[in-house]
Design a protein around this ligand. Structure first.
Ligand code: PMP
Length: 383
């Protein structure tokens, strides 16, 4: 019997994370399968060596150089240039969103999301003593913006977390729906310190945005909207990461862009020097190679679309995806299919609605290994 004073609510909780198994084909955590080239490795090593000569000093707390470089990247990727003071970064977009909950959530406050969605959202809420309230998505995993607006009015959440494209379904949110949510959030946050109405913070989590299909917009476009009174959506934040399309999951660099006031609230709750000098230097060096690092995104998109068609050709349901993974099924026993794939050296993920599995998009060889293993398994189960 433990006598440790574990915080109520943490009893029986397990650390979050997919199994880390050393198998030939790893398609389970939506990484980019392409390792950085020798040129990129060389730049990062040089930048890290430069930073190492100053490691007796704490790093830059506000890291303006990195925030400027991230703003430049967003401008090139989306056509919308954020003000660098409206960019914030941390150790993965997980930490960025935790900062949002630390600044705006808390006891007596709620965070609202719509399931199935990213399984870390309830953990950000739990860790900040914020209530986690969910509503459903439609059967095709799109959001019913009217129902979302009604839920906002009912719950009066401090923070609304919406992933677009959504994990694990791959579903992107149309901008009109984001607009409806932003309007509903206006005046429907919790009461502020002075008792006055607040606007709920709307986070559009675009961790997978760079994989979206042509014509699918980014919520960054809404951040650019302003009128005579200033930015139209000061309660909107768009989160991104270098972990996915950018191929830098090991770096741990996520970021967010929003209005300056929102970012300044995040600066209050971050730990001092949360972003190490080595991380800052390596991220800056990697951003200098953005074209090369993003060079495989087009082929990953092609592999994804081909996989959706292939799975459907096998009589399975595969959901349209704007991300680098596909949700497919249904299987009577998805755990058995997962285990049979693993036996054949292919690791995917058991996540999402009952009967479904999620596979990340890998190299053409990895996808071929996945397909041939699945063909084998389907033959056995249908025999
Ligand atoms: N958002 C979504 C929807 C994700 O799927 C992930 C990673 N699985 C993240 C955020 C966090 O990514 P990171 O912390 O590596 O930036």
């Amino acid at each position: 019997m433990s006598t440790l004073p574990l915080r109520p609510g943490l009893e029986g909780e397990e650390p979050y994370g997919a199994p880390e198994l050393d198998v030939p084909v790893r398609l389970n955590v939506n990484e980019n399968p392409y390792a950085p080239s020798p040129g990129v490795v060389e730049s990062i090593a040089r930048a890290a060596a430069g930073a190492a000569t100053r490691l007796n000093r704490y790093p830059d707390r506000d890291f303006p150089a990195l925030r400027r470089a991230l703003a430049d990247y967003l401008a090139a990727e989306s056509g919308v240039r954020p003000d660098w003071e409206g960019v914030w970064a941390a150790n993965g977009s997980n930490e960025v969103m935790l900062h949002v909950l630390q600044a705006f959530g808390g006891p007596g406050r709620a965070c609202l999301s719509f399931t199935p969605t990213y399984s870390m959202y309830p953990e950000y809420a739990r860790d900040t003593l914020t209530d986690y309230v969910t509503g459903p998505r439609r059967a095709d995993f799109t959001l019913d913006a009217g129902a979302v607006a009604a839920a906002i009015e009912r719950v009066r959440p401090a923070v609304i977390l919406l992933a677009s494209p959504n994990n694990p379904t791959g579903t992107a949110l149309p901008l009109d729906d984001v607009r409806t949510v932003l309007e509903a959030a206006r005046g429907n946050g919790p009461a502020g310190a002075d008792g006055a109405a607040t606007d709920a913070v709307v986070v559009i989590d675009e961790a997978y945005a760079e994989f979206r299909r042509p014509g699918v917009p980014s919520a960054l476009e809404l951040l650019a909207e302003s009128d005579a009174a200033g930015p139209r959506h000061p309660h909107l934040a768009v989160a991104r990461t270098m972990s996915k399309a950018f191929g830098m999951a090991g770096l741990r660099l996520g970021y967010l862009t929003a209005g300056r006031e929102l970012v300044n609230a995040l600066r209050v709750v971050r730990l001092p020097y949360h972003l190490s000098a080595l991380t800052q230097a390596a991220a800056l060096a990697a951003l200098g190679h953005r074209e090369e690092l993003m060079g495989q995104v087009a082929s990953l998109r092609t592999e994804r679309d081909a996989l959706v068609a292939w799975l459907r050709g096998r009589g399975l349901t595969a959901h349209e995806s704007d991300a680098n993974f596909v949700l497919f099924g249904p299987f009577e026993d998805r755990d058995a299919v997962f285990a049979a794939l693993l036996e054949r050296g292919v690791l995917i993920r058991v996540v999402g609605p009952r009967g479904y599995l999620r596979v990340s998009i890998g190299t053409p060889d990895e996808m071929e290994a996945f397909r041939s293993a699945l063909v084998d398994i389907l033959k056995e189960t249908r025999a």
